[in-house]
Design a protein around this ligand. Structure first.
Ligand SMILES: Nc1nc2c(ncn2[C@@H]2O[C@H](COP(=O)(O)OP(=O)(O)OP(=O)(O)O)[C@@H](O)[C@H]2O)c(=O)[nH]1
Ligand SMILES: [Mg+2]
Length: 384
C-alpha cells in the first residue's frame, strides 16, 4: 500500500547528512576525518569501496549527527542506475520514516583536470536529486588538495565556480563550497557545523519518487540517467550497426574467400589426382623399363660369360700350343747347341790340320826356295 505523504517536516532530533559524489572522491575518508573512526573502510587506488548506504553516527557538540555514506557513481563494476537504486531505497525508507536530510555534502576531487561526461552527469544527478529549493543545504567539498599545486587547484576551483553546468547554478541558488584541506577533523567539522544551521528538508527526488510510486525512471534524476542510457543506447546501436555493416562486409569477404578456397581445394584435388595418375603410370613405365633393362643385362652378361669362356678356352689352347712349341724349340736349340759344339770341334780339328799343313807348306816352300836358289846359282855361274 502506498504510504501517505508525510506531513510538513517535523525535524527529527538527530541530524542526517548525506555524502554523495563519484566513486573514489573521498566520501568515506571525509566521514573518517569527521568521526575519527579509523575502522571505516576506504578504497585503494581505483577500486570502488562503499557498496551500500551506511549510516555512521557521531556527536558534534550536543547534537547527534548521522552521516550517510553512499556508494559513489561512475563505479566501473556497477551502473549509475544501480547506484541510484541503492540510494533511492534508503531515501524512500527515510522519507516514509519522516527522516529529512539536513544537508548533502557533494564530494569532488580537485585533481580531476576536466569535467568529463561522468563528472557532469553526477552533478546533474545531484541537482535533480536535491531540487533547487534544497541547494542551500548543499556543500560542495573538494578533496585531494595535497595532490595538486595550490595555484592549479585554485584555477580549477574558479572554473568550477564560474561555469553554470558545474557549480555555477548551485552556488547562485544557495549552495556553498569548501576545501577539505588541510585534510583532517577540523576541516570536516567545519563543513558539518555549517550544515547544522540548516533546516532539514525533503529532497526533490524523495518527493518525485513518492509521486511516481517508487518508479525511479519517472523521477527527474531517473530521467537524467534515462537520457544518458538512451544516448548510450543510441551510440551503442550506432556502433552495432557499424559493426553489423563491417560484419556483413567481412562475411561477404569471407564468403568470397571461402569460394576461392573451395575452388583452389578442387583444383588441388584435381592436381593431386593427376599427379597420382602420372606417378602410377611413371612407376609402371619405370617397372617395365627396369625389367627390360634387367633382361638385357642378363642376356648381355650371359653372352659375355659365353664369350669369355670361349676366349679363355682359345687362350688355353693357344698357351698349350705355345708350350709345345717352346718345348720343341728348346729341344731344337739343345740339338743346335750340340751340333755347334761338334762343329766347333770339327773346325778346331780343321784348324789344327791347316796349321800342320801350313807348316809343311812352309817347309816345302823353304825347300823349294832352296832349290830355286841353287838353280839360280847354277844358272848364274859361267860354264867352264
Ligand atoms: N591524497 C589524498 N587522498 C585522499 C583524499 N581523500 C581520500 N583520499 C584517498 O582516496 C581513496 C578513496 O577514498 P574513499 O574515501 O574510499 O573514497 P569514496 O568516495 O568513499 O569511494 P567509494 O566508496 O568507492 O564511493 C582512498 O585511498 C583515500 O585514502 C585526499 O584528500 N587526499
Ligand atoms: Mg566510500
Amino acid at each position: 500500500m502506498q504510504p501517505s505523504p508525510p506531513s510538513p517536516p517535523e525535524p527529527s532530533p538527530d541530524i542526517y547528512i548525506a555524502l554523495m559524489g563519484q566513486t573514489g572522491t573521498g566520501k568515506t575518508s571525509f566521514i573518517r576525518d569527521a568521526t575519527k573512526r579509523k575502522d571505516l573502510k576506504v578504497g585503494h587506488y581505483l577500486e570502488s569501496c562503499t557498496q551500500h548506504v551506511e549510516v555512521i553516527e557521531t556527536t558534534i557538540g550536543d547534537r547527534t549527527v548521522k552521516l550517510i555514506d553512499t556508494p559513489g557513481f561512475d563505479d566501473s563494476g556497477r551502473s549509475d542506475a544501480d547506484i541510484l537504486e541503492t540510494i533511492s531505497d534508503y531515501l524512500r525508507a527515510a522519507y516514509t520514516q519522516k527522516i529529512y536530510l539536513t544537508g548533502v555534502i557533494y564530494v569532488q576531487r580537485i585533481t580531476d583536470n576536466r569535467m568529463q561526461g561522468s563528472s557532469l552527469r553526477c552533478l546533474r544527478l545531484l541537482k535533480k536529486l536535491c531540487g533547487p529549493e534544497y541547494y542551500g543545504n548543499i556543500v560542495l567539498v573538494t578533496t585531494m588538495w595535497d595532490n595538486i599545486a595550490q595555484k592549479e587547484g585554485e584555477k580549477r576551483e574558479n572554473n568550477l565556480r564560474n561555469v553554470d553546468a558545474y557549480w555555477g547554478e548551485l552556488l547562485r541558488q544557495g549552495a556553498t563550497f569548501q576545501r577539505h584541506f588541510p585534510r583532517g577533523n577540523a576541516s570536516a567539522l567545519k563543513v558539518i557545523t555549517h550544515l547544522l544551521e540548516k533546516t532539514p528538508a525533503v529532497l526533490n527526488f524523495q518527493r518525485e519518487l513518492f509521486k511516481a510510486h517508487g518508479v525511479i525512471a519517472d523521477t527527474s534524476a531517473g530521467q537524467v540517467l534515462m537520457l544518458f542510457y538512451a544516448k548510450k543506447l543510441e551510440e551503442t546501436q550506432e556502433k552495432i550497426s557499424k559493426v553489423q555493416k563491417e560484419l556483413e562486409e567481412s562475411q561477404a569477404v569471407m564468403k568470397k574467400a571461402k569460394e576461392e578456397l573451395e575452388k583452389s581445394r578442387k583444383e588441388r584435388e584435381a592436381l593431386e589426382e593427376q599427379v597420382k595418375r602420372e606417378r602410377e603410370s611413371l612407376q609402371a613405365q619405370l617397372k617395365r623399363e627396369r625389367e627390360s633393362l634387367e633382361a638385357d643385362v642378363k642376356k648381355e652378361r650371359e653372352a659375355l660369360e659365353a664369350a669369355m669362356t670361349k676366349e679363355r678356352e682359345a687362350l688355353e689352347a693357344m698357351m698349350k700350343i705355345e708350350k709345345e712349341d717352346r718345348i720343341s724349340l728348346e729341344k731344337k736349340m739343345k740339338k743346335g747347341e750340340e751340333e755347334a759344339e761338334a762343329f766347333k770341334e770339327e773346325i778346331q780339328k780343321l784348324r789344327d790340320e791347316i796349321e800342320t799343313n801350313s807348316g809343311q807348306v812352309k817347309k816345302m816352300e823353304a825347300a823349294l826356295e832352296e832349290k830355286s836358289r841353287g838353280i839360280k846359282n847354277m844358272l848364274a855361274c859361267p860354264v867352264q
